[in-house]
Design a protein around this ligand. Structure first.
Ligand code: SF4
Length: 594
C-alpha cells in the first residue's frame, strides 16, 4: 500500500506513562478520555478531510489509544514501520506537552529526512519556544489550519526543503504560507503573519465518513478510535463554532484568547443547516449520542431556530450545552425538534458572585428557571457542572456548593424528579495559557508556578496532580485545592446516593476510590520530602500498582456521564455501506489533483 502524504500522530499526555508512577487525580473524570488524554482533537478529522478532498492521503494514528489498549505495544517499532511525506503532531491541549515532544523526538530519530509539523492551541501559544526544538520543523498557528496545512503539504510534496536556503525559491514559497513558523538553513526561526482566520466554517467539514474510509484503507481501526471506550460508548462531536463570545477567566478558548492567539475578532460559525447535516451523517452509522460543541444560541435566536428547523425529527440522543440562561420557550422548540435531548450547563459555583467573577453572566435564579423549563419540556437529563479552583473561591465556598446541590436535589426529589445530576471536578492540571488569568494573574488572584512550555513539560512528570498543577489562587493554595476537591467529591457522591441519582453500589465504590486517592496523595507528599533521589524513586515505583488503580474515575464514576444506549453503538453494516458508496462516488468523481 502506498504511504500516505501525511500521518497525524496523537501522543499520550506523558510518554511513556506506562512505566511511570503518577497519581493523575480527578483531572479527566468529566471527559471521555482517561488521564493520559487519549482523545485526539477535532482538528485532526477536519484537516484530514480537507486534505483528502484536495487529493492528498492522510492517516490518523492515535498512539495514546494503542498504548492504552496494549501494554506491550512497541511505539518505537511501530513508528519505524510507518512512512509518509510528513508527520503532524498535535499540541493542542497543554497536558500533551510531554508526550507530543517525546513522540516528535522518536519520529525524528527514526525518520530524519521527514519534516515534523506541530499545530494546536498550545503550539500556537508557545510557537516561538516550540520551533527552537530541533525536532520541530514547522508550527502552524491558529484555530483554523486547514488552508495553511494544504499549502504546506503541497510544498512538501513538491520536494520543498524543511529548512530552505535564504534567498532561494523555496524560501519565497514558504514566506507566502499564512500562519506558518519555520526555520531557514541558518536556523533562524521565521514567523509568517497570522492572516488565515476564516470568518465562518463553511469550508470545513467534520465528516466522519473520512474516518470510516481511512479505517478500511489502512485496515486499522484502533488507530482511528478517538478514545479508549469509544466502541462501547461512541459519543461523537459536532462543531457549531470556532471561538466564543464569553470571557471566562481561565479559558484559553475565550473571546480574548481567540483574539490574541488566533487573530479571531469574532466567532466563526458553522452554517446551521450544515451543522444539522453533519449530525445526520453521524447518525447514519452511530447510535451513540452526539455532543453539539458550542451553545447553539450563541449566534442568536435566528441561528438556533434555523438549526432546530433543519435538524427537526432527529430521534437519536443529542447533548446541547448552554452558556447562559434561556427564555422560557427555548426548550419547547428544542423538544419539538429533538425529542431525545440532554442539556449540559456549567454553573461553576453555587455563589452568584463567584460565578460572575469567573465570567459566567447568569444567576442561580435564572438558571433554576432554565432547569425547570428544560425538565418540563422533556429533556432526557440535565447535567450541572461545578468546579474547584475559581477566583474568590475558598474551601468553605466549595463545601457550600455541595450543600446547594443537596438542596436542589432535595427539591427535585420531592417532585419525583431524578433527571438533574450535579458533578464537581477541579480546574486541573493547568489553567490555559492565553486565558485572562494566565496573562494577568495578579489582577485575577492567580499565582503560576509554570510559565513556559518546558516548565509544563517537566511538571507533567511530577508524581501527583498537586505538583503537576500550574497554579494556585489567592484564596486556596494547592494543598487546600486538592483537599477541597476530594472532600467535595466525597460529599457530592453521598448526596447523589441519598437522593437516588446513583445506585448505592456505585456510590460505595466511588467513596472507596476517593478514600484511597486521599491516602495515596498523602503518601506521595511524604515520599517527595525524602532527600535521597534513589530512595524517592524506589518508593514511588512501589506505589505504582496502587496509583494505577486510583487513576480512573476518582471523584465520580465516569459512567455517570453516559446515556444508556438501546443497542450497540456503531452500526457496522451501515458503516460498510457508507464506505462502499463513498468509494463508488470517488471512482466517478476523482479528487482534485495537487
Ligand atoms: S468556558 Fe466560557 S469562555 Fe470558555 S468556551 Fe466556555 S463559555 Fe466560552
Amino acid at each position: 500500500m502506498a504511504s500516505p502524504d501525511l500521518i497525524l500522530l496523537h501522543a499520550p499526555s506523558v510518554y511513556d506513562f506506562r512505566g511511570k508512577s503518577i497519581l493523575y487525580g480527578p483531572v479527566s473524570d468529566l471527559v471521555p478520555s482517561t488521564p493520559v488524554f487519549e482523545m485526539y482533537p477535532i482538528g485532526f478529522t477536519t484537516i484530514a478531510e480537507y486534505l483528502e478532498r484536495h487529493g492528498l492521503r492522510v492517516r490518523i494514528v492515535n498512539l495514546a489509544v494503542r498504548m492504552l489498549q496494549d501494554p506491550n505495544f512497541d511505539v518505537e517499532r511501530y513508528l519505524a514501520s510507518l512512512d509518509a511525506a510528513a508527520f503532524g503532531i498535535d499540541l493542542h491541549w497543554l497536558p500533551h506537552a510531554h508526550g507530543a515532544i517525546e513522540i516528535a523526538r522518536l519520529v525524528k530519530r527514526l525518520h530524519p529526512r521527514r519534516p515534523i509539523l506541530f499545530g494546536g492551541f498550545s503550539a500556537t501559544y508557545f510557537h516561538e519556544e516550540l520551533i527552537q526544538h530541533p525536532e520541530a520543523d514547522f508550527v502552524v498557528r491558529g484555530d483554523s489550519t486547514e488552508g495553511p496545512m494544504l499549502d504546506l503539504m503541497r510544498y512538501i510534496r513538491s520536494g520543498g526543503a524543511a529548512q530552505p536556503r535564504v534567498g532561494s525559491a523555496e524560501e519565497r514559497q514558504l514566506v507566502r504560507i499564512p500562519n506558518l513558523i519555520w526555520k531557514d538553513a541558518e536556523q533562524n526561526a521565521r514567523v509568517n503573519p497570522l492572516t488565515y482566520s476564516p470568518e465562518n466554517l463553511d469550508d470545513i467539514l467534520l465528516d466522519y465518513t473520512y474516518v470510516l474510509k481511512a479505517v478500511v484503507r489502512y485496515r486499522d481501526l484502533t488507530s482511528f478510535i478517538p478514545f479508549r471506550a469509544w466502541l462501547k460508548y461512541p459519543i461523537t462531536a459536532a462543531l457549531s463554532v470556532r471561538g466564543c463570545r464569553y470571557n471566562c477567566v481561565t479559558c484559553g478558548g475565550s473571546a480574548c484568547a481567540y483574539r490574541a492567539l488566533h487573530g479571531r475578532q469574532r466567532p466563526a460559525y458553522r452554517k446551521p443547516e450544515d451543522l444539522a447535516s453533519d449530525i445526520r451523517r453521524v447518525g447514519q452509522f452511530s447510535r451513540g449520542p452526539i455532543f453539539v460543541l458550542g451553545d447553539i444560541r450563541q449566534a442568536g435566536d435566528g441561528y438556533a431556530n434555523r438549526f432546530l428547523d433543519a435538524i427537526s425529527g432527529y430521534k437519536k440522543p443529542i447533548f446541547i450545552e448552554l452558556f447562559d440562561a434561556t427564555p422560557p420557550d427555548f426548550f419547547r422548540r428544542v423538544a419539538r425538534a429533538l425529542p431525545n435531548f440532554t442539556v449540559e450547563i456549567s454553573l461553576e459555583s453555587h455563589d452568584d458572585h463567584i460565578r460572575q467573577a469567573f465570567g459566567r453572566p447568569y444567576t442561580n435564579q435564572a438558571i433554576e428557571r432554565t432547569i425547570d423549563d428544560a425538565l418540563e419540556a422533556g429533556c432526557q437529563r440535565l447535567d450541572l457542572f461545578f468546579m474547584t479552583g475559581l477566583r474568590e473561591q475558598t474551601y468553605e465556598s466549595v463545601m457550600g456548593t455541595v450543600d446547594y446541590c443537596e438542596r436542589l436535589l432535595a427539591r427535585y426529589a420531592a417532585q419525583g424528579e431524578s433527571r438533574v445530576i450535579p458533578f464537581i471536578s477541579p480546574l486541573a492540571p493547568f489553567v490555559d495559557p492565553g486565558s485572562r488569568a494566565f496573562e494577568d494573574p495578579n489582577r485575577y488572584g492567580y499565582k503560576f508556578f509554570r510559565r513556559t512550555l518546558e516548565d509544563h513539560r517537566q511538571a507533567l512528570l511530577e508524581p501527583s496532580w498537586k505538583y503537576v498543577m500550574n497554579y494556585e489562587t489567592q484564596w486556596m493554595n494547592r494543598d487546600q485545592m486538592v483537599a477541597a476537591t476530594y472532600e467535595a467529591g466525597r460529599r457530592m457522591n453521598q448526596v447523589k446516593a441519598k437522593y437516588g441519582v446513583i445506585e448505592p453500589d456505585v456510590a460505595a465504590a466511588t467513596e472507596k476510590r476517593i478514600v484511597r486517592a486521599v491516602a495515596l496523595s498523602a503518601e506521595i507528599d511524604r515520599i517527595v520530602r525524602i532527600g535521597d533521589p534513589a530512595e524517592r524513586h524506589a518508593r514511588l515505583r512501589e506505589l505504582k500498582p496502587q496509583v494505577d488503580c486510583a487513576n480512573l474515575s476518582t471523584v465520580c464514576d465516569k459512567r455517570e456521564l453516559e446515556l444508556p444506549l438501546q443497542q450497540s453503538g456503531v452500526n457496522l453494516l451501515r458503516a460498510g455501506h457508507i464506505v462502499a458508496s463513498e468509494w463508488w462516488r470517488g471512482l466517478v468523481h476523482a479528487p482534485e489533483k495537487t
